[in-house]
Design a protein. Structure first.
Length: 177
């Protein structure tokens, strides 16, 4: 299968992190596994699926706001190479239509999942823009990109029977090697 340079494989560290996520989720297994179509998200989800003997459902609406980029550059590399240019790109990204479009599509997808699967624990494997736009909505923020999402980090949201959403945690990483 051919993959775009903008959709790389997990690194060896990423593979170990994916296995750590699987072990952590095994402590209180989810009922469903859902992933964005991005390769690293799918591979991370697949590690959990194998560990828990589950299937992964791919939802294209959970793709990253930057999924159409021609190449992938890790944020830490981008930031280190030219901090000033990185800040300018981040400001432009925050004001971009692609982030607003991602917000509409991601929130519609997650609303559908929570409506169609009440009471279930659903683990969603995705990239930072997806976490940002959903967390911004839950928290009532107008800034759609406000958190530097860590690799293989967990973000827990609670949704009541009355569809009231709240944040339980953001950027959990204590389970990572």
């Amino acid at each position: 299968m051919h993959h775009s340079p903008a959709d790389p494989r997990l690194s060896s560290i990423g593979t170990r992190q994916a296995q750590a996520v699987a072990r952590w989720l095994a402590n209180r297994p989810p009922d469903r596994l859902v992933s964005s179509p991005a390769r690293r998200a799918r591979d991370t989800a697949q590690a959990t699926a194998v560990a828990l003997s589950m299937e992964v459902e791919i939802d294209d609406r959970l793709r990253d706001a930057n999924s159409s980029r021609e190449r992938y550059v890790a944020l830490e590399e981008d930031r280190a190479q030219n901090p000033e240019a990185y800040r300018r790109r981040l400001d432009a990204y925050r004001d971009s239509t692609q982030l607003a479009e991602a917000s509409m599509r991601v929130n519609a997808a997650l609303d559908e999942w929570t409506t169609n699967h009440p009471g279930l624990r659903v683990a969603v494997f995705c990239h930072g823009s997806v976490v940002n736009v959903y967390a911004a909505r839950v928290l009532g923020l107008t800034e759609l990109a406000f958190i530097d999402v860590g690799y293989a980090s967990a973000h827990r949201f609670m949704i009541s029977r009355d569809a009231i959403r709240s944040v339980k945690s953001l950027n959990e990483t204590a389970y990572l090697p």
